[in-house]
Design a protein around this ligand. Structure first.
Ligand SMILES: *[C@@H]1O[C@H](CO)[C@@H](O)[C@H](O)[C@H]1NC(C)=O
Ligand SMILES: *[C@@H]1O[C@H](CO)[C@@H](O)[C@H](O)[C@H]1NC(C)=O
Length: 386
């Protein structure tokens, strides 16, 4: 009988100091709880309730899936990047542009074999280049978290286009895309927190972000939408009528009309994504590729629902450093209506910040990894579950 076993094992516990162990343990635990409550109340970090009621239910999962992205993937330029955050592709020169954590915009010559990838330090912004897109005059437009919106001419001259709007400075210039008429659409993820404290923005749960445009003709910066939840990546639609942008902390992408009858309107594109979205790229073939930093988890769900959990997470982060970085990151391809079509992910993968389809390959950038991930989509396609 269990009871007898229990007393038998108790009887084996030797006499002496070890006997007081459970009491010490209990007191320590109590002390930890009391300390936690005190720290919690002393901490002035003020967290907000998020408008989750705005969200529609999660979409149907993509029918096609590759859950082991890394198994078939190649790693390009290992060690030559410090977090290639976003990727732009120039089809004429077949060069990739990416911004690295060391402040360099890098040019990457693609080659059949990953070991032959040539990476060149092209222009140093002195900040942290994030979003990157090709302009209409062979220039490269960069959203630099610390510097603002930059124009880098084809011969490498750098010019600041904007670092504030309506007398409010950008703190995390984040995503950018350029329309066919040359208009630049970009995001400032937060006007309160800088990039190195972006986690606080997300944990606080207040909308400090803006969607903006820069008109190269008038040189004017315009605020298109304000009060956004960490607006991140942005992509102009192929019909040039709208932009799709991600709001990382609301785990959604929305559509903003830049032309036509609906001009100025904002609509749902996809809600309740299966992970935290970062950049979004249009592939010219009917699909937006949304990079998912990590998968969604019960813990994230709780955190977004309950401000208390976010505050606790912040305190934990302060006390013990970085919290878990997650898993099952990757890229989700959705159609023009925002319906998931194919999901590429890997249990070992996190911190994915961009997914872009170039010819028959998927390229994934990351804001921490020292390489670009490349997957041959013909050889390793997402497949229907059999
Ligand atoms: C690939 O790299 C090899 C070795 O550096 C070079 O000989 C070849 O021309 C490159 N191919 C392309 C398409 O750039
Ligand atoms: C960027 O700079 C180049 C060189 O001065 C110029 O030709 C181009 O029009 C500029 N682009 C924008 C968007 O200002």
């Amino acid at each position: 009988m269990p009871d007898t076993n229990y007393s038998a094992s108790l009887a084996e516990v030797p006499e002496g100091p070890k006997r007081s162990w459970p009491l010490a343990l209990f007191l320590t635990a109590m002390l930890a709880v009391v300390a936690a409550i005190v720290v919690y109340h002393l901490d002035s970090f003020d967290v907000a309730t998020m408008p989750l009621h705005e969200l529609s239910p999660p979409p149907e999962p993509a029918l096609l899936r590759n859950g082991r992205l890394l198994q078939g993937a190649e790693l390009l330029g290992v060690g030559k990047f410090q977090g290639p955050e976003d990727i732009a592709y120039d089809s004429r020169s077949e060069i990739i542009y990416t911004g690295s954590g060391d402040g360099w915009i890098k040019r990457v010559w693609l080659n059949e074999s990953a070991s032959d990838t040539v990476v060149e330090n092209w222009v140093r912004t002195g900040g942290r280049p994030l979003g990157i897109a090709l302009g209409r005059n062979n220039e490269v437009i960069v959203a630099d978290a610390y510097k603002g919106l930059l124009n880098i001419s084809k011969d490498g001259a750098m010019e600041l286009l904007a670092d504030e709007a309506e007398e409010l400075k950008f703190k995390i210039t984040d995503g950018v895309d350029v329309a066919e008429d040359g208009m630049i659409y970009f995001t400032d993820a937060s006007h309160k927190y800088s990039l190195h404290e972006f986690a606080r923005d997300i944990l606080e749960g207040r909308p400090y972000g803006r969607l903006l445009s820069f008109d190269p003709a008038s040189r004017r910066t315009k605020v298109l939408l304000r009060d956004l939840y960490f607006p991140n990546g942005i992509a102009v639609s192929s019909d040039q009528d709208s932009v799709v942008f991600c709001e990382t902390s609301m785990r959604r992408c929305r559509k903003y009309y830049i032309q036509g009858k609906k001009k100025g309107r904002v609509e749902k594109f996809i809600d309740n994504l299966p992970g935290m979205p970062d950049n979004v790229r249009y592939d010219g073939e009917g699909h937006y590729w949304i990079a998912l930093v990590t998968e969604n988890t019960i813990l994230w769900d709780l955190a977004f629902r309950y401000p208390l959990v976010r505050k606790a997470a912040l305190i934990m982060e302060r006390l013990v450093g970085r919290v878990s970085t997650g898993k099952n990151g990757g890229a989700l391809a959705v159609d023009l209506e925002g319906k998931p079509v194919a999901h590429y992910q890997d249990v070992e993968l996190n911190m994915v910040s961009t997914g872009i389809k170039i010819k028959n390959h998927l390229y994934c950038g990351s804001f921490v990894r020292p390489y670009i991930i490349r997957l041959d989509l013909d050889q390793h396609p997402a497949q229907a579950k059999s």
